[in-house]
Design a protein around this ligand. Structure first.
Ligand SMILES: NC(=O)c1ccc[n+]([C@@H]2O[C@H](COP(=O)([O-])OP(=O)(O)OC[C@H]3O[C@@H](n4cnc5c(N)ncnc54)[C@H](OP(=O)(O)O)[C@@H]3O)[C@@H](O)[C@H]2O)c1
Length: 256
C-alpha cells in the first residue's frame, strides 16, 4: 500500500518552536525524517531544542524569528534554505493569547495578538509560498488554528478567537490560490492542550468545566496532534487542501 507518513528529504520550517506545541511539532517532524528549521524569538530555547533533536539523530536548525517583522522573516527563511535546502513544509504555529477581554483591552494589545496570530501567518506563508512556487515542487502549509476559530464561549478572549477565525478563512482562501502550484494548505484546530500558553487557565475553575465538557474527559497532550500533523505534512495527505481538522477530544460536540 502506497500510503506514507515518511518525511525523508523534506525540509520543514516551524514557527513558535521555542516551547509548547511548536517544540513538539519540530521533534515529530524530525523523527519522521524531515530536516527542520525551528524559529522563535528565544534563541536559547531553540538551541536547547536543536541539541535535543540532534541527540535523537534528527537535524534541526535554530533561527531567530519574529513573525510580526517581515525583515526578520526574510532573514530566517533565507538562512533556513541556505543551510537545509528548499522548504517544503511550513507550520505556522507561533501564537499568543491576549491579556484582557474586549472592554479592558488597549489598542496595542489587540494589534499584538492579531499581528502575531494572523498577520504573522500571512507574512510567513507569503515568504515561504513565493519560494515554493519558484522552486516548483509544491509544498505544504499547515496553520495551527484553534477550535476557538469556529466556536465561542462567554468570557471568551475575543481577539484570540478573531485571529483564529481569520486563520481558518486564510487557510481556505490560500488553498484555492496555491492549489495549481501543488501547494496544499490546511489547518489543525486543537482543543485544549496543556502547554505554557494555558497552564494557569486550565488549572483554574474554567479548566475543570472544560474538562467535564470534553467527550474524552481530559485535556490533550501535544502528542495527540501528531496524527493530524503527519497526515497534513506527508504523502498520505496529498489530496487534502483547505481542510481544517479539529483535534479536540470531542470538546466542540456539545453546546450544553
Ligand atoms: N495549547 C493549546 O491548548 C492550544 C489550543 C489551540 C491552539 N493553540 C495554538 O497553538 C500554537 C502554539 O501554542 P502553545 O500552546 O504551544 O503556546 P506557547 O507554548 O506559549 O508557544 C507559543 C510559541 O509562539 C512563539 N511566538 C510568540 N510570538 C512570536 C513572534 N512574534 N515571533 C515568533 N514566535 C513567536 C513563542 O516563542 P518566543 O516567545 O520564543 O518567540 C512560542 O514558541 C498557538 O498558535 C496557539 O494559539 C494552542
Amino acid at each position: 500500500m502506497d500510503v506514507s507518513f515518511d518525511l525523508t528529504d523534506q525540509v520543514a520550517f516551524v514557527t513558535g518552536a521555542s516551547s509548547g506545541l511548536g517544540a513538539h511539532f519540530a521533534k515529530t517532524l524530525a523523527a519522521a525524517g524531515a530536516k527542520v528549521a525551528i524559529g522563535a524569538r528565544r534563541a536559547d530555547r531553540l538551541a536547547d531544542l536543536a541539541e535535543e533533536i540532534a541527540a535523537s539523530d534528527g537535524r534541526a536548525l535554530p533561527v531567530e524569528l519574529d513573525v510580526t517583522d517581515a525583515d526578520s522573516i526574510a532573514r530566517a527563511v533565507t538562512i533556513a534554505e541556505e543551510e537545509l535546502g528548499a522548504i517544503t513544509i511550513l507550520v505556522n504555529n507561533a501564537g499568543i493569547p491576549p491579556k484582557d477581554l474586549t472592554l479592558d483591552m488597549e489598542e496595542a494589545e489587540w494589534d499584538r495578538v492579531l499581528d502575531t496570530n494572523l498577520k504573522g501567518a500571512w507574512l510567513m506563508a507569503r515568504a515561504v509560498g513565493r519560494r515554493m512556487v519558484e522552486h516548483g515542487h509544491g509544498g505544504r502549509i499547515i496553520n495551527i488554528a484553534s477550535v476557538l476559530g469556529w466556536r465561542t464561549t462567554a468570557k471568551q478572549v475575543q481577539s484570540y478567537a478573531v485571529s483564529k477565525a481569520g486563520l481558518v478563512s486564510f487557510t481556505e482562501t490560500l488553498a484555492l490560490e496555491l492549489g495549481r502550484d501543488g501547494i496544499c494548505v490546511n489547518a489543525i484546530g486543537p482543543g485544549y492542550i496543556k502547554t505554557e500558553l494555558n497552564t494557569d487557565f486550565l488549572e483554574g475553575p474554567a479548566g475543570e468545566r472544560i474538562q467535564k465538557r470534553t467527550a474524552l474527559g481530559r485535556f490533550g497532550e501535544p502528542s495527540d496532534l501528531d496524527g493530524a500533523l503527519l497526515l497534513l505534512a506527508g504523502p498520505a495527505g496529498a489530496y487534502m487542501t483547505g481542510s481544517v481538522i479539529a483535534v479536540d477530544g470531542g470538546l466542540t460536540l456539545s453546546t450544553l
